[in-house]
Ligand binder design. Structure first.
Ligand code: GAL
Length: 946
């Protein structure tokens, strides 16, 4: 992991060495629109120390991170973004991935799965604010940290103002900035913030930051510019002042760290409080931990546990009150898939599920429910956008800590109730005394285990006045002039809610149990959180109120979408009411009630009117149908073909690139010449083949090689067609700085009799590239580390080796450069649906060392009104091998025998849900192996409005 103690000290040293030289350019003047609360014409995005404002309205930005490049299916972008919206997020943070769009210098692609205009139009349609994060560097556990691999051949340190790098990144910004600019809120779009660079904390160069901002402004970016500082406010520079300073500096916080094997740790990286970096701008948690990378191969469900609801309650709720932060970017809302060669191999494998609230297969989890509970509150209670620290209600027991903020304009107070010791699991109770605007109330509160609560007082809840409640507010709406509010608490724990009235109102408990009493303007309701209690309150000088008091689980049955409150179904994607009709788009995993809290008489669900009845709660209730059973076909009829003709000495490699370079841009200098680095010959992704020739002298006994593959990669060797074995490819680790002298050694014994003195011999070497390392340290040592062979020798022999190299060929525009490498079958299109495989033999699953391809087809006919996420599952198998899994030509992952991942997500769009699908497997075996069996499996079956 990059944030090791060793790294930290290395970093401090390099920071002090770098003691910034004089600034290269004067700081750019902030444009009028980006300065504090100006009277610029609308539409506009402004900010002050409390919050951003959109057209003068303060916003509590509650954004989830989404990587479009990890979901190669634009039709599913809508699905995921609707799920993000339905969770209560009002925004998304979007990285834009330079390397994903640029296969070569000067070449950029923004079509198909790279159509970010389409993505930004969708965010606008769904009403989500966008924080646009185009880097140029993004980290994100993706290959090169988002830098294109061709940059490895460009002289000049990346992430600095070196001229070589400057020319390169300007190329990217000049393409992506106009796209972002035209989707800004100020031009009728969704983008409200622009993030410059990413955690720019090591080897920093203010002139570079300054230039990124300048280019953004020159391209017409007029929304505030932000930065996400690593990893808490102790890091410098913070880009809060001086050259390179941004309008709104934010911090990234990952308090739980990334060891998903230790799920009961608690804030290993400190409290994770969002700190204020500037007195002029809101406190901004630019990235706040909402999952984890699975560095220890624990499986992502463990990462979800590590960052589960208990963590979310304590840390997220604390952030709102402790710092008064009003801007959050939760990393990740949905992680997605490192399809093709998107992964940065040190940190991740094919899946980038991240243990996020929405799984890689687009399923909603317990974390999603907690996001919903907190997100609805955060985006319902407008006074939270402007708060100052306030006196907290006194707790009579030190075991219960209280902390408050209040809105200076209307007095709304929010109180955080938590254990003083965050790590405790105790069951603690206290009497807490609230001094509200209208009286003093001492009420019991209880924290069972790892928990925290946000309690409101003196809050104008629609047309009501909430004096205080020991239940948490989920949300409230105002359909047709009456108020509907949902509050919730811990199952079995008592709660009290006090509302203000001019005179005694009429209270009717419609369902469940609650005791009501009225005195001195206070209507007091006492109850225990159990199931869902419904109370109707009318009169008393206020509009009618339906108050629903439930458990946490009950709260999670509600959806507030498009301003409408709905109870039931597994996902409400949109809820529009027009006249007396409510139109819902919703998904169900089984039949069940659906209830709309709106003054309507007709309920349409996914376009069909359902029989419905009015309830005493003033809602409309119907039964939503469940899904039909769905069956997926078995995978049969596999054919196979041998896939490593390059190992045969007779193979014709005359068309291959001659590898004869003697210099390289990489800071890692080769130990033997010629330079054999794959990138130096333009082969950046996946496998590369080398063929070396020499005239045997008779002294050869071994072949000595060294290769860098990135973590988890292997390479294998043949001599005159005879397999000599395989070895693990190496990597450059931080601990090896500056350069690893012996990254991936392999010594291969030459069997006697294989070489004939005076005769030409052919060495064939297949090296995998697992992806490029990131550049978190901004020193080129990681991302410019080579891939492929880094040394080759015949110890004891005077024979000269000459080389040819071959990697990926061709230009697959739709799937892009990260989809394929240089395996023979990839070069020949064996992974593509159109390939004629009739001459292939019937499959046997026992393979010899080398490469073996398999193909079959499967027809699907999934119902259109259903959503059936499908995975390709690998079961069983023996021996050391790995398999690239292609579906309709798309490389949807790499199965590594013995690795943690056995299920590979096949997103609809890549997978034809109604039609014929071609599956192809490239098996690369290091030893005789038996390939596991493959099947298509449904992850879930939903009747859906996708
Ligand atoms: C942050 C970084 C992100 C991602 C995250 C860990 O520091 O900005 O891009 O790498 O860590 O998943």
């Amino acid at each position: 992991m990059r944030r090791t103690a060793a790294l930290l000290s290395a970093l401090l040293v390099s920071l002090s060495l770098l003691a910034a030289p004089a600034t290269a350019q004067p700081p750019a003047q902030p444009p009028a629109q980006a300065s504090a609360q100006t009277s610029a014409p609308s539409p506009r995005v402004t900010y002050d120390r409390h919050s951003v404002s959109v057209d003068g309205r303060r916003v509590l930005l509650w954004a989830g991170e989404f990587h479009y490049f990890r979901l190669p299916s634009p039709e599913l972008w809508r699905d995921v973004l609707e799920k993000i919206k339905a969770a209560g997020f009002n925004g998304v943070s979007l990285y834009f991935h330079w390397g994903y769009h640029s296969p070569a210098p000067g070449r950029y692609d923004f079509t198909g799965v790279r159509d970010v205009d389409r993505l930004l139009r969708l965010t606008k349609e769904l009403g989500l604010h966008v924080v646009a994060r185009p880097g140029p560097y993004i980290n994100a556990e993706t290959t090169g940290g988002g830098l294109p691999a061709w940059l490895k051949n460009v002289p000049g340190r990346a992430r600095s103002s070196d001229p070589g790098y400057t020319r390169a990144y300007r190329e990217w910004l000049d393409r992506i900035n106009p796209v972002i600019a035209r989707h800004q809120h100020t031009r009728g779009g969704s983008v409200i913030l622009y993030n410059a660079e990413n955690e720019y904390a090591a080897n920093t160069d203010p002139a570079y930051m300054e230039d990124i901002k300048k280019r953004a402004r020159a391209a017409g970016i007029d929304v505030p510019i932000t930065h996400n500082q690593c990893c808490d406010a102790s890091w410098t520079p913070k880009w809060a002042e001086g050259e390179g300073a941004v309008d709104i500096p934010g911090v990234d916080d990952y308090p739980q760290g990334f060891n998903c094997r230790e799920t009961d740790v608690w804030g290993v990286w400190g409290p994770g409080l969002t700190e204020r970096l500037s007195e002029k701008a809101p406190a901004y948690a630019a990235e706040y931990q909402a999952g984890a990378i699975d560095q220890q191969n624990a499986g992502y469900d463990k990462c979800r546990e590590l960052t589960g609801p208990a963590f979310m309650k304590v840390y997220y709720k604390s952030n709102l009150v402790a710092s008064g932060a009003t801007m959050f970017g939760y990393y990740m809302a949905f992680g997605g898939t490192n399809w093709g060669r998107l992964a940065q191999p040190n940190d991740v494998y094919t899946s980038y599920d991240y243990g996020a609230p929405i799984t890689e297969n687009r399923q909603l989890t317990a974390k999603y429910d907690e996001f919903r509970r907190q997100g609805y509150l955060a985006t319902t209670v407008a006074p939270l956008t402007r708060t100052d620290p306030a006196t907290a209600p006194a707790s009579d027991d030190a075991a219960v800590h209280t902390e408050s903020r209040a809105n200076p304009d209307d007095g709304t107070r929010i109180t955080l109730v938590r254990h003083p010791d965050r790590t405790t699991n105790a069951d603690a109770s206290a009497n807490v005394t609230w001094k509200t605007a209208t009286g003093t109330h001492t009420l019991p509160v209880r924290l069972k285990g790892r928990d925290a609560k946000l309690l409101l007082s003196d809050y104008a809840m629609g047309g009501q006045r909430l004096a205080v409640s020991t239940s948490e507010l989920l949300t409230h709406t105002r359909p047709g002039g009456r108020d509907v509010a949902v509050l919730y608490g811990t199952e079995g724990v008592p709660g009290t809610t006090i509302l203000r009235y001019a005179s005694a109102p009429t209270v009717k408990v419609l369902e469940g149990e609650a005791r009501a009493s009225y005195a001195g303007g206070d209507l007091r309701l006492d109850y225990t959180h159990r199931g869902l209690t419904r109370v109707r309150i009318t009169g008393g000088g206020r509009p009618p109120l339906l108050l629903m008091l439930g458990t946490e689980a009950e709260a999670a049955r509600f959806w507030r979408v498009d301003g409408t409150l709905v109870r039931g179904t597994d996902l409400v994607r949109s809820a529009r009411t027009a006249g007396t009709t409510a139109d819902l788009r919703a998904d169900t995993a089984k039949a069940g009630p659906v209830e709309v809290f709106a003054p309507v008489r007709r309920l349409r669900l996914n376009g069909r009117t359902l029989p419905a009845r009015a309830t005493p709660s003033g809602s409309l209730l119907a039964t939503a149908p469940g899904p039909r059973p769905v069956r997926l076909p078995g995978l049969k009829g596999w054919r196979m073909a041998a896939g490593a003709p390059e190992a045969d000495p007779a193979f014709d490699d005359s068309g291959w690139t001659v590898a004869d370079r003697t210099t390289t841009v990489s800071p890692h200098k080769p130990k033997t010449l010629p330079v054999l680095y794959a990138d130096d010959y333009g082969y950046h992704h996946g496998h590369v083949w080398y063929r070396g020739r020499f005239t045997a002298t008779g002294d050869e006994t071994t072949v000595k090689l060294n290769a860098i593959t990135g973590r988890g990669g292997v390479y294998q060797v043949w001599l005159n067609g005879r397999p000599l074995g395989s070895a693990a490819g190496g990597e450059q680790k931080d601990a090896d700085a500056p350069v690893n002298p012996d990254p991936g050694p392999g010594t291969f014994t030459i069997p006697s009799g294989l070489l004939e003195k005076g005769k030409e011999a052919v060495l064939s070497v297949l090296v995998e590239n697992m992806g490029h390392n990131d550049d978190w340290t901004a020193d080129d040592l990681r991302h410019k580390q080579p891939r492929g062979l880094v040394a080759a020798a015949l110890p004891g022999s005077a024979a000269a080796l000459t080389w040819r190299i071959q990697g990926a060929r061709g230009d697959d525009r739709a799937r892009g450069p990260l989809n394929t490498g240089g395996l023979h079958g990839e070069r020949a299109g064996w992974h593509l649906p159109g390939h004629a495989d009739r001459s292939w033999g019937r499959a046997s699953w026992r393979v010899e060392p080398g490469v073996t391809w398999y193909r079959t087809t499967a027809g699907l006919n999934l119902p259109k009104d259903h959503d059936v996420p499908v995975v390709l599952r690998v079961r069983g198998g023996t021996g050391k091998y790995r398999a690239l899994l292609f579906v309709n030509g798309w490389n949807m992952g790499e199965y590594v025998a013995g690795g943690v991942q056995r299920d590979f997500t096949l997103p609809a769009g890549v997978l034809r849900e109604r039609g014929r699908n071609t599956l192809a497997l490239a098996v690369v075996a290091q030893e005789p192996a038996t390939v596991g069996s493959l099947s298509l499996e449904p992850v879930a079956v939903h009747r859906a409005a996708r």
